[in-house]
Design a protein around this ligand. Structure first.
Ligand SMILES: C[S@@+](CC[C@H](N)C(=O)[O-])C[C@H]1O[C@@H](n2cnc3c(N)ncnc32)[C@H](O)[C@@H]1O
Length: 302
């Protein structure tokens, strides 16, 4: 179903999620350790690289990028003004350029950037091949594109909820999209938060090198944006339903992550440097307490 894998649905999803995205949701699923490990594949440390971060959101991954590169050389693109407004307020991102735009139709020229980074955004793109073709297009020859995204869960219930929510591609799909776009020297790394202990991989970072200047070898013209989609009363109703049910399917992962943290609270991180230890913050502890209270109340009333 992938209810939120649509530009309009993703826009409205982030219209409200941006309010508590940085405090409650993002740190459960996309941690500093995962981010910095994944960014290594992008080879961002060289001086003077011009970098584009697509689907940059509130700037969590951009914060990792500017640890390695000058903020003045970093351009952030996202379709959500609400997410971008949060990023713009962050002190470390003050030098960055911010541009509203679509990952599947990036508002920049061909062969313009040394590096392309996109983290946790492909899940919402209706046409992921088009988005990866765009990654190829905007990167200079010899430049690297790095895509970070989730993998389809192995557990059947988690897979059902994930696929109801949005796109959780298989590793072969990422590989196929990168090859089709024309990337070479494709490399992969897996990332997961410490509370995920089940079978299978959780998230993937995949990078590729653009071998020559210009458009992807088999590129189709960029499709017209959803901005032109005609919004009838029926479509608004459908959109509201999709955002509501898609959000509910996604939110199932929040208590799962909170309880996962609790389960692993006292082990598994002794070797991890202090700055990378994954702990619940005050907002998450409050959310956990509320969930426990609701479950307790429900059991009492039954
Ligand atoms: C999970 S957030 C990731 C944000 C950020 N990269 C991070 O690491 O925290 C996904 C972001 O992708 C953006 N997004 C979704 N579809 C998009 C599209 N078609 N074009 C540009 N941005 C998009 C959303 O607005 C949202 O900010």
């Amino acid at each position: 179903m992938r209810l939120i894998q649509h530009k309009k649905e993703a826009y409205w999803f982030y219209r409200y999620l941006s309010i508590f995205y940085d405090k409650l949701v993002n740190p459960l699923f996309w941690t500093k350790r995962m981010r910095d490990e994944a960014l290594e594949l992008g080879q961002l440390e060289q001086d003077g690289l011009k970098i584009i971060d697509v689907g940059s959101g509130t700037g969590f991954t951009t914060e990792g990028i500017v640890r390695l590169a000058s903020a003045e050389r970093v351009t952030c693109v996202d379709q959500s003004p609400h997410q971008m407004a949060k990023a713009k307020k962050k002190a470390v991102l003050q030098g960055c350029t911010f541009q509203l735009g679509d990952a599947e139709n990036i508002p920049f020229g061909t062969d313009e950037f040394d590096r392309y980074v996109s983290a946790g955004s492909i899940e919402y793109w209706p046409n992921p091949q088009q988005g990866i073709n765009e990654a190829y297009r905007v990167v200079k020859p010899g430049g690297i594109a790095l895509m970070i995204g989730p993998l389809e869960p192995e557990n059947a219930i988690a897979r059902f909820m994930a696929n109801t929510w949005m796109l959780f591609p298989k590793e072969e799909e990422y590989m196929h999209w990168f090859r089709e776009a024309g990337f070479q020297d494709i490399r992969v790394r897996y990332v997961k938060p410490h509370w995920v202990t089940g079978r299978g991989e959780y998230g993937i970072a995949i990078s590729g090198v653009k071998p020559r200047a210009g458009l992807p070898p088999a590129a189709a013209p960029a499709p017209a944006g959803d901005a032109e989609e005609k919004m009838t009363a029926g479509r608004w109703l459908q959109l509201a339903g999709r955002v509501l049910i898609g959000s509910l399917a996604g939110f199932v992962f929040i208590p799962a992550a909170l309880f996962g943290y609790l389960r692993r609270a006292f082990n598994g991180q002794q070797e991890v440097p202090e700055e990378y230890r994954e702990r619940l913050n005050g907002y998450q502890v409050t959310a956990l307490a509320v969930i426990v209270l609701i479950i307790g109340l429900a059991i009492y009333l039954i």
